[in-house]
Design a protein around this ligand. Sequence first.
Ligand code: AQP
Length: 333
Amino acid sequence: MKRIFSGVQPTGNLHLGNYLGAIRNWVRLQKDFGDCLFCVVDLHAITMWQDPKQLRRGTREVAAAMIAAGIDPKRNVIFNQSQVPAHAELAWIFNCVARLGWLNRMTQFKDKAGKDRENASVGLYAYPNLMAADILAYKGTHVPVGEDQKQHLELARDIAQKFNNDFGVNFFPLVEPLIFGSGTRVMSLRDGTKKMSKSEASDYSRINMTDTADDIAKKFRKAKTDPHPVPASPKEFEGRPEAENLLGLYASLADAAVEEVCRRFGGGPFSKFKDALAELAVAKLAPIQDELRRLQAAPDFVDGVLREGVEKARGISGPVLREVHEIVGFLRL
Ligand code: AQP
């Protein structure tokens, strides 16, 4: 059976990268996959310190954004990770399956821990094991994510394979990443070599899902470019990461080929192109933002969706964990 699992951290500032790289694809996939779980991964969020009030607010905001973007809470399971014990429990078992050498190769840990590695939390280091548990607690088979999560998904496959080999079973599926669409790697507006990210200090580096039309226009106007005209073909992207990112963003928002966008704006000034890009982004985000505002004013509704999701998620993961206990050899009393 095919089952989708994916998640977003409630760490604030949900941005265009999260939308184009992940959430928009989820909306499209829910039509083809009957069984989808979309999770607000609050256990992942606390691998870096979070203000408790902000974390609660962020959890509701991410759930609301999923619904506002078009994920149907009736057909899918929308829930927050911390309320389903199977995630943390299976993560511990996977801590005992995954090898230190595997985790040492994870580039996201290196990026996030930076130079002060000794001071990073153990949770940040073991993050990929929890991510494998998130998916496999439901025997998830397909995981739609942005390009940045590819390495973690390869690790989830390795963990599933090693668990199956160690215990001589064919229990966990080998998860398939679904990395598709033109927004799989949206880059920072200040530096085209870095991904757009929630935790980047400068707010000018990203378009937040809650930005006003004025903010969006201002941020695109200030976005870094180069002194040359807009490239007339993707062949001219070489050494121009900011231009490539902005044209890619336009293509992704317009659901058009990047070649077509280059043909339309190529040779012209960036100022004109940036105005068109801002206009398009505002038009595409406006209906989602309207719905998001409506849902933010109805926290009881959002909590109700999460509560129902938690029940369903526990109902699926509980029996999987019972089987895992059996396989591992925990004595059931
Ligand atoms: N820049 C991006 N382009 C395309 N996809 C992206 N995703 C994140 N950034 C981009 C995808 O969004 C989903 C949810 O991401 P997350 O909230 O779990 O955290 P993250 O990947 O660590 O995202 P951020 O925004 O960069 O957060 P911080 O700054 O806290 O690390 C994932 O599917 C991800 O691929």
